[in-house]
Design a protein around this ligand. Structure first.
Ligand code: SAM
Length: 345
């Protein structure tokens, strides 16, 4: 039986670890704290003002996260929508940074952002106790970048945010780039040079069918194999060993040892067998897979007055039903009812 002490509260867990019925241990929680976003990336959003899901109070997210941490969650990633839009974020990080895992270690606290507001927020977030940040950037030339985000001036703003994050010590700084054939696949080689020049880890992500519109086809996906071949032609790559089984990215360094890139290949080389993640949406629903067809209303339980014990039981039961894998590209594949921006990436 494990004992956790969080912000002065001590409680016990009946399960030593949160596990699913496929034998996977779940230790990674992604929490969307808003599904609002200040960008309208063409591969993610339609550009129309759509409806948003409700947001919880920051205290309510904290209460739910605390129950997850009591069940063995050791890594919390705050996301959205755009999490830097959320008022109360810095204080939320400050609180989370005081918590301990059931092993008594500090939580691994990370955040994913488009970087637009990072120049002002990097130092306060680091001071609050954030460990790492991942910035999404889908091009290294300003014109392509702004065609994708549809926000004039966004490239320079994000670049300043990236540099502020590095200067604040939010490292290793990761840059995530979703590649789409015909949109930004001409950026691959430029990103390899960017990784070396800026001292950041660039991670290419295969495009998944999670957009608001209907853009995804197998042909638009730029696969791991193709990315490795293309970079290898200009800068030879050497694959690095995985640090842990649940690592999503295949990691490469350059032959001269300077710089690192990663490739996350959920489409061409799915890693569901090693998945250690669950998600909490901005309105407090548990999603056990990005491609879940069902959501589990954890916040509904909280609102109805459930105590921590009841919330814990609900989470344990829900996670047991985590899907074995996704079915992207297979006949009968169904897109989930929410797009990436409303789930939390
Ligand atoms: N606004 C924050 C950001 O831009 O990083 C957090 C939310 S955003 C939805 C998280 C990540 O999901 C971004 O890196 C984005 O590029 C990625 N993403 C969005 N739609 C995607 C898709 N269909 N396939 C793969 N990645 C996607």
């Amino acid at each position: 039986m494990a004992v956790a002490s969080l912000s002065g509260l001590t409680f016990t867990t009946l399960e030593p670890r949160l596990t699913d019925s496929h034998g996977r241990v779940i230790h990674d929680l992604r929490v969307s704290i808003t599904d609002r976003c200040n960008y309208k990336c063409v591969y993610c959003r339609t550009g129309e003002v759509g409806a948003h899901y409700p947001e919880l109070q920051i205290e309510e997210y904290l209460r739910l996260i605390r129950v997850f941490v009591g069940l063995g969650i050791s890594k919390v990633r705050l996301t959205g929508g755009e999490p830097l839009l959320r008022r109360g974020l810095v204080d939320m990080v400050k609180e989370l940074a005081t918590w301990r895992t059931i092993e008594g270690e500090p939580l691994d606290l990370a955040l994913t952002t488009n970087g637009h507001l990072l120049e002002e927020l990097a130092a306060p977030l680091k001071a609050a106790g954030l460990n790492r940040v991942t910035v999404s950037m889908d091009a290294v030339d300003a014109a392509t970048f702004e065609q994708i985000t549809r926000i004039p001036g966004s490239f320079e703003t994000v670049l300043r945010g990236v540099r502020a994050a590095r200067a604040a010590g939010l490292t290793p700084l990761k840059i995530n780039c979703v590649l789409l054939r015909g949109f930004n696949d001409n950026q691959v080689e430029g990103f390899a040079r960017f990784a070396r020049e800026e001292g950041v880890v660039v991670r290419f992500i295969e495009f998944m069918p999670l957009e608001e519109g209907r853009l995804w086809t197998p042909e638009i996906v730029v696969t791991l194999k193709e990315i490795v071949e293309r970079i290898g032609r200009v800068l030879p790559l050497v694959e690095m060993p995985a640090r842990e089984a649940s690592e999503t990215a295949r990691r490469y360094t350059f032959a001269d040892g300077v710089g690192e890139i990663g490739i996350i290949a959920p489409v061409s080389q799915a890693f569901c067998g090693a998945c250690s993640r669950v998600r909490l949406t901005s309105d407090g629903k548990i999603r056990t897979c990005l491609f879940s067809q069902v959501e589990h209303d954890l916040y509904g339980r909280l609102r109805a007055g459930a105590d921590d014990e009841e919330l814990r039981d609900y989470i344990v039961r829900t996670v047991k039903g985590k899907e074995a894998r996704h079915h992207i590209g297979e006949p009968g594949f169904l897109k989930p009812s929410r797009s990436m921006v409303h789930i939390g990436g």
